[in-house]
Design a protein around this ligand. Structure first.
Ligand code: ZN
Length: 247
């Protein structure tokens, strides 16, 4: 079985469609797993939710998803994110809200645990430091974990031989991670709809269950089309511009 792993789609339908097309060409749509923040920032929240539901996505919620259904105060959002969250909340219909509501914060799928942030603070914490990585791994009962939230593709490998107990690596386009149940690790597939590692291409991963591998992929999409829709919706300028530079 081949599974497409997406995170932080952020209502960017053009990016999601490009990723799904790329995965389909590799016969990697047996399942779709989503690590949260399906909406927020981008111009097509309803369309993205509909597309993911159509694929029977197995997902967890992120902070932007909860904000969009009024279940998270916006105090900790920066002003642009809060503006986008309020705009998103106005678009969603009751059926969209019920779907978001139905998703858990933590989910187990086979050898993987899925969470948006970390297992310590599921929707808020960025897994970006040795300290947060250790805190996450201590709570991870499965051999492998999947996180999103940072929008930066990354691999965390637990190893007691390292002084910090684990090592962090950036994942590049085409890099394959071999899964070995004796080696606990965490993978972040990067962001589909708003990459932040300086590469504006959409980022996602394919899990091949037979080969026991996870491979990172970067996919070009029509950034200008998403930006045009964002301008029409009156979304904040910085959120529009950052898509061009992947920051
Ligand atoms: Zn996000």
């Amino acid at each position: 079985m081949r599974i497409a792993i997406v995170s932080d789609v952020h209502a960017n339908l053009a990016a999601l469609e490009a990723v799904l097309h790329h995965a389909e060409e590799r016969r990697a749509l047996d399942q779709v797993w989503s690590l949260g923040d399906m909406v927020g920032y981008g111009p097509q929240p309803r369309e993205v939710l509909a597309r993911l539901r159509e694929l029977d996505v197995r997902g967890v919620v992120g902070n932007h998803d909860l904000a969009a259904i009024g279940q998270l105060p916006l105090d900790d959002f920066n002003p642009d994110a809060a503006t986008a969250a309020r705009w998103t909340a106005r678009q969603l219909q009751p059926s969209d809200q019920r779907f978001v509501q139905s998703l858990p914060q933590v989910r187990r799928e086979g050898d993987f645990t899925l969470v948006h942030g970390t297992l310590r603070w599921p929707v808020w914490e960025y897994l970006y430091s040795y300290e947060s990585a250790r805190a996450h791994l201590q709570r991870q009962e499965s051999p492998f974990g999947l996180v999103g939230h940072t929008h930066v593709p990354m691999l965390v490998v637990e190893d007691s031989r390292f002084p910090r107990g684990c090592e962090l690596y950036y994942l590049q386009d085409g890099t394959t991670v071999e899964l070995d149940r004796g080696q606990r690790l965490v993978i972040n597939p990067g962001g589909v709809g708003q990459p932040r590692d300086g590469d504006p291409r959409a980022s996602y991963a394919i899990y091949d269950t037979d080969a026991a591998t996870v491979t990172l992929h970067r996919v070009e999409y029509d950034i200008a089309a998403t930006q045009r829709l964002m301008r029409e919706a009156g979304l904040p300028l910085w959120l529009i511009e950052r898509l061009s530079v992947g920051r």
